[in-house]
Design a protein around this ligand. Structure first.
Ligand code: HEM
Length: 157
């Protein structure tokens, strides 16, 4: 087994953990909180539960980026970034960059404070906004996963 095959396995495992977690939060946790918990308490409960996944997702996001970069370097496919038929390579880097910014910059430095302040004024609207944001990111991620599997197996050439 060569190192690129191992990098691919690490890449896919990291994606399964990270995007699977986003799916669970978006389709199970958030709708569940919306139904079962009073608006004023939702954001703090969500922060407590999701915080644990956030810590794990920092690791899987970093592993996905490192293994992806290792494959680009090892396969020497940098020229794909200049070819529109490899749109799924751009999509992977875009999704990775958005989550990396959210997890490593926005969440620790300002997002929580901003959401807490907004939730104190308008808990219902803030929770809806968090839900919408998760649906958008999950949709983008799902399109990227499908595009990457199809693209890696020659579907867009
Ligand atoms: C810096 C970020 C990333 C880089 C540099 C990267 C790079 C790569 C490379 C080089 C491949 C192999 C392509 C081939 O075999 O032709 C790949 C495969 C793949 N990547 Fe990424 N990737 C990144 C992030 C992501 C993200 C965020 C996702 C999902 C949302 C993702 C999902 C996948 C999937 C599903 C495959 C296909 C595996 C297979 O079917 O063999 N990647 N990636």
């Amino acid at each position: 087994m060569d190192d690129l095959a191992i990098a691919r396995a690490v890449h896919v495992l990291a994606i399964v953990h990270w995007i699977g977690g986003v799916l669970m939060v978006t389709l199970v946790l958030l709708p569940g909180l919306s139904r079962a918990v009073k608006a004023a308490e939702r954001m703090s409960l969500f922060g407590n539960i999701e915080g644990r996944f956030g810590n794990q997702a920092r690791i899987s996001t970093a592993l996905a980026g490192l293994s992806g970069l290792y494959m680009v370097y090892g396969m020497d496919v940098w020229d794909r970034f200049a070819d529109p038929s490899y749109w799924w390579m751009h999509a992977m880097v875009l999704v990775w960059a958005i989550f990396t910014f959210m997890l490593f910059v926005a969440e620790p430095f300002f997002l929580h404070r901003w959401f807490d302040a907004r939730a104190a004024r308008d808990p219902e609207g803030t929770f809806r906004r968090v839900q919408r944001m998760h649906v958008v990111l999950l949709t983008l991620s799902a399109i990227t996963v499908a595009g990457a599997v199809l693209g890696a197996h020659g579907a867009f050439l």
